[in-house]
Design a protein around this ligand. Structure first.
Ligand code: AP5
Ligand code: MG
Length: 195
C-alpha cells in the first residue's frame, strides 16, 4: 500500500491537490475536515459538538477525529492506499495513525508539505469565504486563529515524520497545475499509476 499525508496550513491547497492525486493514482481520499462538515450537515451529535470548535478556528478534540479515521480505514479493506488530508494535525493524532496503520501491516510512505506564505493563505481563504458557506472562512480573525492553531499544534507533526526521513517540502505557490506537477514528481516513483 501507499499511504500519503498531504500536509500544510489552512488554505495551502490540500483539498485541491487531493482531488488531482486520487484521479491519477487511485488512492482513497480521507479528509477529516470534509468528514466533520458532513457530520455537521447531517446534524449528528458529533457534528454539533465539532462545530463549536470549527466555528472558532480551533482543532476538534483528538479522540473525535481519530475515531472517524479508524472507522474509515476499516471500511476500505481493499484500498490501494490512502491520502490523508488535514489529518494528522497533532502529534497525538500522528502516533495514533501510525498504530492504526501498523495493525494493518502498513505505514505512512511519505508526507508532502505544501509551502505557502501566510499572507497568501489568508487571501485565498477570505476569497473563498465570499462564496463558500464555510463559517470558518468568513472572517479574518477566525482564518488567522486557524493559522495560529497550525503553528502551535500541527507544525510539530512535521518533526514526527522527519525523524523517520519521510517529510518533504513542496512549493505550494503557483498554478494548481504547476503544483500538481511537483507533487507528481514525488509520487510517480513511489506510487506508480493504477493498472
Ligand atoms: P479543514 O477542512 O481540514 O480545513 P483547513 O486545513 O483549515 O483548510 P482548507 O481545507 O480550507 O485548506 P486546504 O489546504 O485544503 O486548501 P484548499 O485546497 O481548500 O479543517 C477545518 C476545521 O475542521 C479545522 O479548523 C478544525 O476545526 C477541524 N478539523 C479538521 N481536521 C481536523 C483534525 N485532524 N484534528 C482536529 N480538528 C480538525 O484551497 C483553499 C483555497 O485556495 C480554495 O479556494 C482553492 O480554490 C484556492 N487554491 C488552491 N490552490 C491554489 C493555488 N495554487 N493558487 C491559488 N488559489 C488556490
Ligand atoms: Mg481542505
Amino acid at each position: 500500500m501507499v499511504n500519503l499525508i498531504l500536509f500544510g496550513p489552512p488554505g495551502s491547497g490540500k483539498g485541491t491537490q487531493s482531488a488531482n492525486i486520487i484521479d491519477k493514482y487511485g488512492l482513497i481520499h480521507l479528509s477529516t475536515g470534509d468528514l466533520l462538515r458532513s457530520e455537521i450537515g447531517n446534524k449528528t451529535p458529533l457534528g454539533m459538538e465539532a462545530q463549536k470548535f470549527m466555528d472558532q478556528g480551533l482543532l476538534v478534540p483528538d479522540e473525535v477525529v481519530i475515531g472517524m479515521i479508524s472507522s474509515k480505514l476499516d471500511s476500505n479493506p481493499d484500498a490501494r492506499g490512502f491520502i490523508f488530508d488535514g489529518f494528522p494535525r497533532t502529534t497525538a493524532q500522528a502516533e495514533a495513525l501510525d498504530k492504526l496503520l501498523a495493525l494493518k501491516k502498513t505505514a505512512i510512505s511519505v508526507v508532502l508539505s505544501l509551502e505557502v506564505p501566510e499572507e497568501e493563505l489568508v487571501k485565498r481563504l477570505l476569497n473563498r469565504g465570499l462564496t463558500s458557506n464555510r463559517s470558518d472562512d468568513a472572517n479574518e480573525d477566525v482564518v488567522r486563529a486557524r493559522i495560529v492553531e497550525y503553528h502551535n499544534k500541527t507544525a510539530p507533526v512535521a518533526d514526527h515524520y522527519a525523524k523517520f526521513g519521510k517529510f518533504k517540502k513542496v512549493k505550494g505557490e503557483g498554478t494548481v497545475e504547476e503544483i500538481f506537477g511537483l507533487l507528481s514528481n514525488e509520487l510517480d516513483t513511489l506510487v506508480g499509476q493504477p493498472a
